[in-house]
Write a protein that binds this ligand. Sequence first.
Ligand code: PEP
Ligand code: CO
Length: 475
Amino acid sequence: MNENVAMPLSRLANLDPMSDVPSLEALHALNPPQQPTYAQVELLEATLAQLRSLPPLVFAGECDNLRLKLAQAAAGEAFILQGGDCAETFAAVTASSIRGRLRVLLSMAVVLTYAAEVPVVKIGRMAGQFAKPRSALTETRGDVTLPAYRGDAVNGYEFTSQSRTADPRRLLQVYNASAATLNLVRAFTKGGFADLRSMHSWNADFVRTAHVSTRYEQLTAEIDRALAFMIACGVDDASFRTVDFYASHEALLIDYEHAMTRIDSRTARPYNVGGHLLWIGDRTRQLDGAHVELLRRLRNPVGIKVGPSADPAEVVRLADRIDPDHEPGRLTIISRMGCGKVRQALPPIIQQMQATGRKVCWVCDPMHGNTFSSANGYKTRSFADVTAEVDGFFDVHAELGTWPGGIHVELTGDDVTECVGGVAELREEDLAYRYETVCDPRLNRTQSLELAFMVADRLSTMERRATPVFTGPDF
Ligand code: PEP
Ligand code: CO
């Protein structure tokens, strides 16, 4: 058996008095928000028992490696690119959808690495991002009111009573869908698809006239020349052909996240083996709540989303709870303030955190604070607002002398029409053309690359430039 394979917690918990992971009952006693109510309790228990016996999706050692890379981002030596769907769906667990998302993330990462000369830590909102917090518990259409869609992990998107009923068997589907996704992602990132020499083909079907595609083609040609030069010099490194890629999701469903926790056989410490990095959402980050209580016991790197209502002292208390040892790479603060608030709301949080002496990763989510309804009834975001928040984030860090550690974006590899603006000047009237998201509006491929070029421009003109450091390969 692989040394790294972690043991199911349920079997070890009684034998290992050192394990301080709270029981599922103890977590539920804290009344976690945003949890489904299941009618079939026995089916839920049987499903969780099965989940506890299944092999890990990710390895504890990979989580440790990611923590080391995040420590570099916290120290200003690397930049984090985290992106993917708002809500993954089981229907989109297809080769073409996964390849599409991966290809846009890899393209963005190359833009950032080459244009800004910083190592990029690549993290997908993928292979586990199937559960959503919702502002309203129900949805009404005409005179019919049904439970809100909470993500494929909980219920179906279809607006029928049967589909909207929470079904515990979906948790097993989450496991299987995540396993299938990770399997393909591992094959793509290690098996040739990510080879820098094939980066032309990632976006070969781009609209030729777009400014973004021209810039991307120029970059591709430059990288080709640089690679040819390296190879002529006798350097042909495996890192030209493979990339390290990590999986992340919001740790929302306490039942699932608890069932995916294992004691690592190497270190006898608990890890969630359902994803490398887990984050706590803006709605579930209560200091004494179940989400914080569970995640603070795990050795995975942890993210916390903070919105404009966050009290800086509260964010510090959260950091004290989750990262009491000031461990570099342990904590990533993902701010999602909105373009109009970032300049006021972010600085006090950074300043109070700096005063604790710990180094956290500062990541900008320019999506969740910038959502609005279009006149024709679509939930959308404006590309200009997204870039304005990113600009505000960079300006704040420049003023405070801190490192803007990364971006967190909702995107897809498909040419959808969900966010307005961008180089194609998508208008509200265009949204109906390909509006496919089941939750929040995502940047399409062109908008994602355009954002990458904008971020690369900001990074490359910064005074405090990171010194690239070599990091060894893993997943
Ligand atoms: C999300 O990332 O999809 C999300 C719900 O974000 P937040 O918790 O920041 O609202
Ligand atoms: Co979202």
